[in-house]
Design a protein around this ligand. Sequence first.
Ligand code: BMA
Length: 851
Amino acid sequence: MWRLLLLLAAPWGPGTLAGSPPGPAARSLRGSWRLASGNGSVVLSGAVPGCVHTALLRQGLIQDPYYRSNDLAYKWISLDNWTYSRTFKAFDARKWQKVNLVFEGIDTVAQILVNNVTVGRTDNMFNRYSFDITSVIKEDSFIEVRFLSAISYAAQRSRSHRAYRVPPQCPPPVQKGECHVNFIRKEQCSFSWDWGPSFPTQGIWKDVRIEAYNICHLIYFTLTPIYVKSAQQWSLEIESVFDVVSSKPVVGLVTVNIPKLQIQQTYTTELHPGEDRIVLLVNISKSATVQKWWPNGHGNQTGYDMTTTFIMEAGYKIEKFSKAYFRTVELVEEPIPGSPGLSFYFRINGHPIFIKGSNWIPADSFQDRVSSDVLKIILQSTVDANMNALRVWGGGVYEQDEFYDICDELGIMIWQDFMFACALYPTDQNFLKSVRAEITHQVKRLKSHPSIILWSGNNENEAAIAGNWFFIPHAEMKVYFKDYVTLYVKNIQEIVLAEDKSRPYITSSPTNGMESVKEGWISQNPYDTHYGDTHFYDYLSDCWDWTVYPKTRFASEYGFQSWPSFSTLEKVSSTEDWSFTSNFSFHRQHHASGNDQMLHQAGLHFKLPQNTDPLQLFKDTIYLTQVMQAQCIKAETEFYRRSQSEIINGEGHTMGALYWQLNDIWQAPSWASLEYGGKWKMLHYFAQRFFAPLLPVGHEDKGVLFIYGVSDLHSDSELTLKVSLYQWDSTAPVCTLAKEGVIVKAGSAAPIYKEPVNDLLKRCGNCTRQSCVVTFYFVGKGELYSPSNYHFLSSLKDAVGLEKAQLSVSTSLSAVGKWGWGWRPQLRYLLLFNISLVWQLNLESEKLDSF
Ligand code: BMA
């Protein structure tokens, strides 16, 4: 009988078969809604998906919320309770067994009414909500979404949590934010962060639609590749979750087609009333060559087009088009000879990989402005800078589907935090119920992406308890330990393990991994260099001095601030703001003493700007903070990269460097290497070089210059190392030494050159530490080469002979890039040409007289 149905299916196309009940119908509710403030005094039209702030902006009712201190001026928006409403024509409800109102994302606390009947309530921005409206829908229907201010809700929840406090109460005053964000399941940084403003948005931030169906409806469809090592065989697990509305079991056929792997398999299946799922295991024939998905720099990101067709009883047909990817991931925590503790590194497709990249924060305070183009520009910039990974940090949002699609395509591995950061959290039943739904939904939504290599419970909450950040009296600590385990182990971990066995889960970042588990999930010192990952910040020590950095297993956060360029700031400021000590400059700085720290750090090695023209002084200062940041993070990252293969005093085997942070949420000083809008700071240009697959890295230890060969390549390289000394006032080297036949092993870092600096200077005649700089690079056969790198022999403020560079940059729009930002390749080429010289630090010296 089922075979017959299969034959009948073709002529009528997707959806239904002749004489059978209609397939599912969907009506989008995207578009323009009526938006009203709490007392009705402000009424406007608001786009969905969208939020109140962007609606007001589009209607010209407010200025750019990022302009000057508008974040403070517009606090009233988030304190009000807004209502979205609209009418819509529905389907003939009698034709359908079930009609649902589906919100892919709603921000955040709302009561939903359809035809004046409350059909549901929401309290979690990260959940997907589906409300049964079968009995209330009419042909002409009216929907209302009545929001409650997230600020009021969070305060209310905190007040009603009487048994004990759940800190922190409020962010530090310098952040000018809102309180109790840990009581609401909403983007945690929307109440302010140390790099971002407080804009607690309200709105329908993702798709909303009506879905009507009979018999059954597909809710989730996920793919998981499985590799059985002993059999050397791939299989693909296909999981489909259905809402079955038929009162009896529903039988059907599922056909899976992957043409390039010669797969066409049909399975019989049976679904039971209620929520039910089908799990199929498709074995890939050993004779088919499976091309794996590799991270950027390690191979291709092959994906296979695949069609899955469900033909259910009564001719109900559902077709799913997807891409199947094949890759394995292991987080390796095992003893290392000569070192106490355990390793912490990722093996992708059985291959150990050094993780290079940065930390991702939300690209805008208003998610509806994070367009496809915004994502593409930022993500392309990561691979352009030789990164292979990003950590989606736990104080933001689980990113939109397209973010992960692009990462899949570009080979960007994702360390995915769950959205909990820098706080303790309640664990009452309502909160846990909401979190459980959130985690289940997000894991199901995201688990098919090969780019995601790790789930991580939270950002810094293990450290917050271990280090008692919130000054909790010792005697009261027990309850917080218990809450921590309840949330991240008994709930989140349990769900992750049930939903997704294909990738590792760690409870926190930083954590000691298995050692934290052993110590009851909270280590005495989650920053232990012998275990897990670390976060490291030190703004006062000299950042050029590598001995200040932790020789960690994995550096998942580290960084220094800088100011975004004047052209970026100009858009949100006015003339009186353009000084380092203006109210504006204090207002945009959300990290206590941040501006002083930048000047302190810059002052260690550079002459601080002294131009008498105030505007030029401001521009020079901005510029110098970027030079300082780039140089500091270069020093730190190179330290981590060169520490990958060695153990010194029991420490080392560093296998990851993710600096804080990649992108910006607005135009302000921060740790980012990309400005709001996507412009590269100097750090990003540096990153392209310090993350190069093949790199010579220099450092000095007790007066001896060492050069390490660092390689992320899959095969050993035979190279010539060229070491030159240049005087600051000349582009011709004083002397060059070529060391031939240097072997740099695949995936390793090892010293390949060693010479006391005094000997080097003597050998080179006219050089002193102040007058010369060392540069070095690799050349090999064919295309094989590294960028040139350098080592400073003195502070730049003591350098003798530095001259104005007199360089100019011209741009052209002629080269159109993959996604249309045509000016970039050429501009980058020119800039790279310039910064390939050590004299890059003098690039703008005509503007920076005191440099
Ligand atoms: C880390 C992050 C963020 C923060 C950054 C800079 O600890 O997790 O919370 O923005 O430091 O302070």
